[in-house]
Ligand binder design. Sequence first.
Ligand code: KG4
Ligand code: ZN
Length: 335
Amino acid sequence: MKDVYILAIESSCDETSVSIVKNGTEDIATTINSQIDIHKKYGGVVPEIASRTHLENITIVIDETLKKSKMKIENIDAFACTYGPGLLGSLLIGLESAKTLSFIYNKPFIKVNHMMGHIYAANIGNKLEYPLIALVISGGHTDLILMKSENEFQYIGQTLDDAIGECYDKVARILKLPYPGGPNIERLAKSGNSTYKMPSILNDSSYNFSFSGIKSYINNLVHNEEQRGNKINKNNLASSFQETVTKLLVNKAKSAIINFKVKNLIVVGGVASNSYIREKLSEMSKEIDITMYVPDKKYCTDNATMIGAAAYVLYKDKKFSELSTNAKSLETLGG
Ligand code: KG4
Ligand code: ZN
């Protein structure tokens, strides 16, 4: 097959990103316009502001990416975009842009599930080996997925309440750290010790996760200490929290790998950019002699390169989408 160049767009939350990806694995050019500074003052993403900002930025980000790639848009083979899950207004901006380009240049349009994008981030500069277990850890998801082959997803575990990234963000908010909380908790934890006793969380034989208990526990702990006039050691609390949730990830991933007899683990999603979590999962993988692959940090948090990588899998099977495709705020893999 000749080389395939896909222009992909990601706009499901607060990043406007465009990427040109060659053969699903090579990042030719990528631009990410992050809205973090805009949403920071509100302590979280404001959907209406997010979609308006995507609208202001999308054509600029497309132009900038094409310029960096030194490619002509006529040489793009397909246009891809995240259609869900995500914020409806934000998704629509990327989706309508990709569909319009596909119509104008008469090239296929490919809709991509955002979580499929996170998974195929592990194919960028790498080659996935199946069967594998994917541990998907992001702001909206904490999933264990068995992939027996390409584009085949079997959910084996999920969070019963909050997602891990959401929990990091909420604990950060309790500790009055700025948005987004995950990287700030990681930074504090680095110079802290695990001195706070944490509740044990869902250490059962299922592959499911639960994070709302530890979040409530920390909320009560901080509240009670403040009322007593005691000072919280934020570094130690961040470290205790991080150690507890990481143990849960490691234990659940390990039992899934052993019970499903797979030799490959991929860890993807925004939270996979956390160095401590990467290190602990890597230690476990060495201990049970399996291969772990975690994408480069820039491909863990939301980006369009991962959407281009996933779109290539669909392109190979000619799984093109209609220009009538709509955005879906809630969508599972394979939906
Ligand atoms: O995958 P992502 O960019 O967006 C979603 O699809 O949700 O993930 C964002 C989440 C946020 O909750 C953010 O706090 C978390 O990933 N995150 C981290 C780190 N970097 C981002 N959590 C822990 N440690 C990090 N270094
Ligand atoms: Zn994401």
